[in-house]
Design a protein around this ligand. Structure first.
Ligand code: PMP
Length: 412
C-alpha cells in the first residue's frame, strides 16, 4: 500500500498457516468457538519473535538504562539503544530523531506542548480533517489552538479541494491522519505535505494505522512530525515514537522534567540533555523499545509489500462477503482504502451486534472509535468495525459473515 494502493507486482504469496502459528493467542477458544480476531485497528496480537524478545530481556538483561556501571545495566542500555537504531533504520531516519513516547497520543501531545503552544498567536489554526482520531483534535484544543476540520466526502475520502482552500495565513500547523482508523481511508499525504510546505506550513502525520501496512520512509516523506504506536504494529502496548525534523527537536523545549532529560541541575537553573533524551524524562519503557524493534524486524522479514497485498485481497473478499448480509450498510468506501470494514446493521445497535459476534468467536470493535465528529458526519452514533492484520484469513471473514447473518436475523 502507498498513496496509490499496494504494489502487487512485488508481492509473492504469504504462507498464512506459518504466520498464524507464530501468534499463540490465535489458538484461544472463545465461548467454545474458533477465534476470529478482527480488532487489529485497536491493537494487534504479538508474534513469538516479540514475546521472546520481551522474555529474554527480563530474564537476562533487566536493569535501569544509562545510569549504572554494572553488567546488567550495560546490557539493558545496549539493547535499549540498539532498539532505537533498528527503529530509526526501519523508518530510514537517524536515531537522534526517534523520541520514545507512550504512543501516538503522547507524541501528539508532546508536539502540542513543546512545539505549537509557544508559537501560538490569537486566532491561529490547526487544520485537521473530519476523520481525525480524538488524539489528533483534543491536544490542539488543550493548548488553545483553533482546530478547523476539512470535510469528508460521502465515500469517506477527504475533500481535498476544500482542504486546500482552507490553508491560510493563520494555519500554524497541518495535522492529518495517514490511514483512518474508523473508515480505512488512505489520505494522499505526500500531496498534502507538498501543498502545505509550498505555503511554509509544517505538517504532522498521525501514522498510528499506517506503519504495519505501508512502508514509511521518513527521509523522503517531507513531513515535520510523524507519530506512531508500537501496539498497532505487532509490538507491545504503551510504547511509541515521535519523529521530528532535527531543527524542530533542537528548538523545542522539553515538556516533562525529571531524570535523564537534563545535563546539569542546580536550584537556580537546569540545562537540557541532547536530542532525543531531552524529551525522555524518567525511566523509559525499556522492554517496550526492545519489543517494538523486534516487531519491526518481524514485519521487515515478511515484507510490507506482501503484507499489503494480502490485506488488500482480504479487504476485497470481505467487502464482497458483507454485501450478502441483509440490512448491512458499509461506511467508508473510498477507492484508496486499507483493511477496515466499518458498518451498521439496520435498526440494530452496534453494541448488540458486537455482543452476538463475540458469542460466535468474532472479535470486532463497536463504538465511535474515538472519532465522534466523523460519526456525526455519517449520521450514526457508532459503527461495527472489523479491521485486518496479516494473520487474518478467508476463514476469519467467513466466520464474520456467518455471525453477521445470525445477528441480522436476531436483531432486525
Ligand atoms: N490515531 C489513530 C488513527 C488511532 O487509530 C489511534 C489508536 N486508536 C491513535 C491515534 C491513538 O493511539 P494510542 O492509543 O496508541 O496512543
Amino acid at each position: 500500500m502507498n498513496d496509490r494502493g499496494p504494489d502487487l507486482t512485488r508481492a509473492a504469496a504469504l504462507d498464512l498457516d506459518a504466520i498464524r502459528a507464530q501468534f499463540p493467542i490465535l489458538a484461544e477458544s472463545i465461548h467454545g468457538k474458533r477465534l476470529a480476531y478482527l480488532d487489529n485497528a485497536a491493537t494487534t496480537q504479538k508474534p513469538e519473535a516479540v514475546l521472546a524478545a520481551l522474555d529474554d530481556y527480563y530474564r537476562h538483561a533487566n536493569a535501569n538504562v544509562h545510569r549504572a556501571v554494572h553488567e546488567l545495566a550495560a546490557r539493558a542500555t545496549s539493547r535499549f539503544e540498539s532498539a532505537r537504531d533498528h527503529i530509526g533504520a526501519f523508518f530510514n531516519t537517524s536515531r537522534e530523531q526517534i523520541v520514545f513516547t507512550r504512543g501516538t497520543t503522547e507524541s501528539i501531545n508532546l508536539v502540542a506542548r513543546s512545539y505549537l503552544q509557544p508559537l501560538l498567536q490569537p486566532g491561529d489554526e490547526v487544520l485537521v480533517t473530519g476523520m481525525e482520531h480524538h488524539s489528533n483534535i483534543v491536544p490542539w484544543q488543550l493548548v488553545g489552538a483553533k482546530t478547523v476540520a476539512a470535510p469528508v466526502l460521502d465515500d469517506g475520502s477527504l475533500d481535498l479541494k476544500a482542504w486546500k482552500a482552507m490553508l491560510n495565513p493563520r494555519t500554524r500547523l497541518v495535522a492529518v491522519v495517514q490511514v483512518s482508523n474508523s473508515l480505512g481511508t488512505i489520505n494522499p499525504i505526500a500531496e498534502m505535505i507538498a501543498e502545505a510546505k509550498a505555503r511554509g506550513i509544517p505538517v504532522l502525520i498521525d501514522g498510528a494505522q499506517a506503519i504495519a501496512h505501508t512502508k514509511v520512509d521518513l527521509s523522503v516523506l517531507g513531513a515535520d512530525f510523524y507519530c506512531c504506536s508500537a501496539h498497532k504494529a505487532y509490538g507491545p502496548t504503551g510504547f511509541g515514537v515521535l519523529w521530528a525534523r532535527r531543527e524542530h527537536l533542537e528548538a523545542m523545549l522539553p515538556w516533562q522534567g525529571g531524570g535523564d532529560m537534563i545535563r546539569t541541575v542546580s536550584f537556580d537553573k537546569s540545562t537540557w540533555n541532547e536530542v532525543p533524551y531531552k524529551f525522555e524524562a524518567g525511566t523509559p519503557d525499556i522492554s517496550g523499545a526492545i519489543g517494538f524493534a523486534a516487531a519491526l524486524g518481524w514485519i521487515d522479514q515478511l515484507g510490507l509489500a506482501r503484507i499489503a497485498a494480502h490485506e488488500h485481497e482480504l479487504l476485497a473478499y470481505g467487502t464482497e462477503a458483507l454485501k450478502g448480509v441483509d440490512g448491512l450498510r458499509l461506511i467508508g468506501t473510498a477507492a484508496n482504502k486499507a483493511g477496515i470494514l466499518s458498518f451498521v446493521l439496520d435498526q440494530a445497535h452496534p453494541h448488540d451486534v458486537g455482543a452476538i459476534l463475540d458469542q460466535e468467536g468474532v472479535a470486532v470493535r463497536t463504538g465511535h472509535h474515538c472519532t465522534m465528529p466523523l460519526m456525526e458526519r455519517f449520521g450514526v452514533s457508532a459503527t461495527v468495525r472489523a479491521s485486518l492484520a496479516v494473520y487474518n484469513s478467508h476463514d476469519d471473514i467467513d466466520q464474520l459473515a456467518a455471525a453477521l447473518r445470525k445477528a441480522s436475523r436476531l436483531l432486525r
